[in-house]
Design a binder for this molecule. Structure first.
Ligand code: SF4
Length: 334
């Protein structure tokens, strides 16, 4: 993939996300990290990692992708959205790029190998804005059977989504609201584009899970949840895992209360009413078991980010044989 194209008067159009910033020489895009440097658009955070951790894959959250495995998780700085409630704002809204250390894709993969990580997650800030770096790492990782995971706001460009096919194995997309006005004025991007992209990820065979941070008075009305769940069911099917996550006051959104357990459970019961098979509540320490949609046996039980018991056999229920949607490796636990 070519990450930019020429436009008039020395301008260049960045093709990484759906903003398609048209940048004059010397100008940086909305994300603050892709710059027209004259002969090209340079990704200024290539090799400049701001956060590095080894996390359980359940923390991304991905519950149906190599459960129990470790994921080397990294992010840079910058974001193409500017959400008031960002829970990683120290990284995402940071403009200063620490250039003291360059970490090559090969070095990242070597760490993943050394730490026995089954995947590398591009997370903490929006990975689309550093896709050139993420892709180089992902291609290197593929040589060793290590998978790649995006944790994203879902505002990739059509070009990036196409390019991710066969490169990025799984994605968790934040579906932040079902209100187009709220997206446009308070978050960034636009709802329709995110919805279109969710469908494309599924069509392209990238394993998809969705997260919604439930924010009191902003996106937690029954009507909005119903509309969202109905859309998921009709466009992605009932087997897409949906994580409903609890908000806590952070960044510029300090005056709202935490999301109540009642509200989280209400959203879950609406999703179950519409027939979604895999609905999980995050950030409040509740148990989040995966039940067989057919015989209802508990197949994976979890506590916080740990897996307590695992009863899948070859990706299917060990009681009734029902296939469970997801990516399950024989050599991880089975
Ligand atoms: S990644 Fe998106 S926000 Fe950043 S410069 Fe490119 S098009 Fe603009």
């Amino acid at each position: 993939m070519i990450y930019y194209k020429d436009s008039a008067n020395g301008k260049k159009i960045c093709l990484l996300c759906s903003y398609y910033c048209n940048l004059k020489p010397g100008q940086v895009g909305i994300c603050g990290v892709n710059k027209n440097v004259g002969d090209k658009i340079e990704c200024l955070v290539y090799g400049r990692i701001s956060a590095f951790n080894i996390d359980p894959i359940e923390k991304k959250p991905l519950y149906h992708f190599l459960p129990t495995s470790k994921s080397l998780s990294l992010g840079t700085v910058g974001c193409n959205f500017h959400c008031n409630f960002c829970q990683n704002y120290g990284i995402s809204q940071e403009k200063k790029i620490d250039k003291s250390r360059f970490i090559s894709p090969k070095e990242v993969v070597n760490i993943a190998l050394e730490k026995k990580c089954a995947s590398i997650s591009y997370t903490y800030n929006e990975p689309t804005i550093f896709y050139p770096y993420a892709k180089d790492i992902a291609l290197e990782a593929k040589k060793y059977g290590i998978k790649s995971v995006f944790v994203s706001n879902g505002f990739e460009s059509a070009e990036t989504i196409l390019d991710m096919k066969g490169v990025i194995d799984a994605i968790n997309v934040d579906l932040k609201s079902f209100n187009p006005k709220y997206y446009k004025s308070k978050l960034g991007g636009n709802l329709n584009q995110v919805l279109e992209n969710l469908i494309k990820f599924k069509e392209n065979g990238v394993w998809l899970e969705i997260t919604t941070l439930l924010i009191p008075s902003k996106n937690d009305s029954d009507d909005e949840i119903r509309a969202m769940v109905k859309w998921i069911k009709e466009n992605l099917g009932v087997n897409i895992p949906w994580h409903i996550s609890a908000f806590h006051p952070d960044y510029k959104e300090l005056n709202l209360p935490r999301t109540s357990i009642k509200s989280l459970k209400n959203a879950k019961s609406i999703a179950k009413e519409y027939g979604l098979n895999y609905v999980y509540i995050g950030n409040v320490g509740l148990e989040n078991s995966t039940l067989c949609p057919s015989c209802k046996k508990s197949l994976i039980s979890r506590e916080n980010f740990g897996v307590k018991s695992y009863e899948l056999r070859n990706g299917s229920c060990n009681n009734c044989g029902q296939k469970i949607a997801g990516v399950f490796w024989k050599n991880v636990k089975e």
